[in-house]
Write a protein that binds this ligand. Structure first.
Ligand SMILES: Nc1ncnc2c1ncn2[C@@H]1O[C@H](COP(=O)(O)OP(=O)(O)OP(=O)(O)O)[C@@H](O)[C@H]1O
Ligand SMILES: [Mg+2]
Length: 230
C-alpha cells in the first residue's frame, strides 16, 4: 500500500457513510435482504427494530467488522467492502468509534489504560487526550478503578470515552442504553447529543429502547431484512 493511500485512510474526514443493497445470510437465514442506508456528518441516526432483526449485523457491516454477501459500504465514495481486513481495521481505528452491545472493557486494565488503548494502538500520544476525555465525560474519579467495580452506567461512559479517543468522525453505538435505568439512559443520550454538538460527529445508534426515539434526525426501522426510513 502506498504511503499516500495510508494517509488518505487515516486522515479521511468523513462527510457521509452509505450502504447500498446490503445482503447477509447466516446459514439458511437471510438476515439482511437489500438494505440501503445513508448518513451524513453531524447527524444522529437511530436504527430500531425487534430483537434478532439484524441491527448488530448491520452495524458490523457498516463499520467494516464484518462483510456483506453482496452490496457496498462507502465512506465518501470509498467502498470499504473491497478493502482487505488490515486496511479496514486501520480505517476503523482512525475514523470510527465503536461501543458494542456487550461491554468490551479489558478487566486487567484500569479505566485510564482502557481508554488509552486505541491511542496506543494508533501509535499516538495518549496522556493529555485521556485526561481531557475523562474530564469531558465526568468520570475522573473512576480513572484508577478497574471495570468490575463500575456500575453499568459508568462502564457505558468509559466505553464512550474509549470510542472517542481517536477523534472519530463516526460514532457507532449498539444498544447504548440497554440495562440502564431511566436516569442513566437519559444521561447517556444527553452526552451523545453534547458530543454531536461539540464535535460534529456522525452518531449511529441501534436500539430497541423505546425511550430514545425522541432524538435524532433520521429514524430507520429494520424489519424482515429490510430497512425502512420513518
Ligand atoms: N455470527 C452469526 N452466525 C449465525 N447467526 C448469527 C450470527 N450473528 C447473528 N446471527 C443471527 O442473526 C440474527 C440477527 O442478529 P443480530 O444480533 O444482528 O440482531 P439484533 O437486531 O442486533 O438483535 P438484538 O436487538 O437482540 O441485539 C439473529 O437471529 C442471530 O441469531
Ligand atoms: Mg443487537
Amino acid at each position: 500500500m502506498s504511503k499516500k493511500y495510508i494517509e488518505i485512510l487515516t486522515l479521511l474526514s468523513v462527510s457521509y457513510l452509505e450502504a447500498i443493497n446490503i445482503h447477509k445470510t447466516y446459514g439458511m437465514r437471510k438476515i439482511l435482504n437489500g438494505v440501503n442506508f445513508r448518513a451524513s456528518d453531524g447527524e444522529t441516526v437511530i436504527i430500531q427494530g425487534p430483537s434478532g432483526a439484524g441491527k448488530t449485523t448491520l452495524l458490523n457491516i457498516i463499520s467494516g467488522i464484518d462483510l456483506p454477501d453482496k452490496g457496498e459500504v462507502s465512506l465518501n465514495g470509498i467502498n470499504i467492502v473491497r478493502m482487505d481486513e488490515d486496511k479496514r481495521a486501520k480505517l476503523r481505528l482512525n475514523n470510527i468509534g465503536l461501543v458494542f452491545q456487550e461491554s468490551t472493557l479489558i478487566e486487567d486494565l484500569n479505566i485510564l489504560e482502557n481508554i488509552a488503548l486505541p491511542l496506543k494502538l494508533a501509535g499516538k500520544r495518549w496522556k493529555e487526550k485521556v485526561t481531557e476525555l475523562v474530564r469531558y465525560l465526568g468520570i475522573e474519579k473512576l480513572k484508577y478503578e478497574y471495570p468490575h467495580s463500575l456500575s453499568r452506567g459508568e462502564k457505558q461512559r468509559v466505553e464512550i470515552a474509549r470510542a472517542l479517543a481517536n477523534d472519530p468522525q463516526i460514532l457507532i453505538l449498539d444498544e447504548p442504553t440497554s440495562n440502564l435505568d431511566d436516569l442513566n439512559a437519559f444521561k447517556v443520550m444527553e452526552l451523545l447529543q453534547k458530543i454531536r454538538k461539540d464535535m460534529g460527529t456522525l452518531i449511529i445508534i441501534a436500539t430497541h429502547d423505546v425511550r430514545i426515539t425522541n432524538i435524532g434526525e433520521k429514524h430507520y426501522f429494520l424489519k424482515e431484512g429490510k430497512l425502512y426510513e420513518d
